[in-house]
Structure formats: C-alpha cells, structure tokens
Design a binder for this molecule. Structure first.
Ligand code: FMN
Length: 207
C-alpha cells in the first residue's frame, strides 16, 4: 500500500507563525522517551525535562542529549560542568504533567523539585539528585561536551555510572519493558504518548 502524500517546499513555511514552525520541525524525530535531568547540589539543585536523550554506545555505556545553545543561562548545563555528575530519570504516566512543568523558566534560586512537587532523592557519592517518583534512574558522569557548529546546540555525552530499576525487572534478564514502566514518549515540546510493546524480534541475519 502506498500513501497519497503531498510535497511542501521549505519556502512555503516562511509565513508560518514562529512557534508553529518550531513545533512542526521539532516533531520529525518522532516521539521519544521523556527524561528529567537532575543536577547540582544544595542551592544549585535543579531538575528539567529533556526528550533528546540518545544512545551513543554500549561499550562503554554512553548516553547523550542535545542541549540548546548556552547563550542564555542554562542551569542543567552549568551544573553538569560544575558537578560532573547528573541523573536521567524516566518520566512515567504518574507524573508527566509535573515533569512538563519543569520546563518553565525558573530562576537560579528556585528548586524545581519543590516548585512542581516531585521528591528529590540523594545517593551516596553521587553529586546529583534523583526523582523519587521515577522507576528508572541512570547516574552519569560527564564524558564529552561537543558544540554542533550548524546551530550552536551541544551534544552532551555521559558515561553511565549506575542504574536503579525495580527489583522485579532484575529477573527479566536486564531487559527493560517501557510499557511496563509506563514510560511516556514526547513529540516536539508538547505531545505526550503512551507506549504499547508489540513484539520482540530476533537478531536479523541475511536470509
Ligand atoms: C517536552 C520537552 C522536551 C524538552 N527537551 C529539551 C531538550 O532535549 N534539550 C533542551 O536543551 N531543552 C529541552 N527542553 C527545554 C528545557 O526543559 C527548558 O529549557 C528548561 O527550562 C531547561 O531548564 P534549565 O535551565 O534548568 O536547564 C524541553 C522542554 C520540553 C517541554
């Protein structure tokens, strides 16, 4: 089956409202799992929502995310440079609206955990907070900070130090089921999706 689809040249989008344009072009990479990034300690403690988390490699385990240009105050980025540790906390159905609220421009002195009503958890020897309501915590250490020349965004790469997952999942051969975790995926900056696992397929070989 093929689709009856229409081609629109980039020129045509020139007159589109700025926010509508951004939201549209933000959405092409699809709905991706939302994470809260926890950073800083004491007065610097900070929490913010990100959905550009991407797998970089498994040996060693590396994860990346895209940071908007740092031409204005970016608390997450500043804390990562200062403390080197940070956490990814999977966003789930139970608290995604609170998670969304962390994207508001809170000032440096305001703590998003308190502002949106989420629980900060601290772990021994890790210089970053975790989200109590999240069932998947990933602790990371800054490994690389790469400027993307095309638009001055940054690819922040972290090495995984430890992960925390529900005990029941340990029995499942370390396979995360994102439907079971009630993970929320986000398209652009506003559209939240639930996940349905369809099937696990075997490693593909040429037939
Ligand atoms: C659904 C959603 C996803 C977002 N993803 C990103 C992202 O991947 N990268 C980014 O730099 N900002 C992203 N943002 C914007 C940040 O959450 C926002 O700039 C926030 O204020 C950053 O806080 P901070 O200054 O405390 O780091 C996203 C916002 C929303 C609502």
């Amino acid at each position: 089956m093929t689709h009856n689809i229409e081609t629109i040249e980039l020129e045509k989008f020139k007159n589109l409202d700025k926010q509508e344009f951004t939201a549209f072009f933000n959405s092409f990479s699809g709905a991706k799992p939302g994470y809260l990034i926890g950073t800083g300690q004491g007065e610097d403690e900070n929490l913010a929502i990100f959905n550009s988390i991407t797998h970089i490699g498994a040996r060693p385990p590396l994860l990346g995310f895209i940071q908007r240009p740092t031409t204005v105050d970016r608390h997450t980025y500043q804390n990562i440079l200062k403390y080197k540790h940070y956490s990814f906390n999977l966003i789930t159905e139970n608290f995604f609206e609170k998670a969304h609220q962390t994207s508001a421009r809170y000032s440096k002195g305001q703590n998003e955990f308190k502002e949106v009503g989420l629980t900060a958890i601290h772990k021994k020897e890790l210089r970053c907070p975790f989200v109590g309501e999240s069932p998947l915590h990933i602790a990371l250490e800054l490994d690389d900070d790469i400027e993307i020349k095309s638009n001055q965004t940054r690819l922040i790469i972290g090495k995984v130090i430890s992960i925390s997952i529900p005990r029941t999942l340990h029995n499942n051969k370390y396979r995360l089921d994102f439907q079971e975790l009630k993970s929320m995926s986000i398209s652009g900056l506003s559209d939240y999706y639930k996940l349905t696992k369809v099937k696990s397929l075997n490693y593909a070989k040429p037939q």
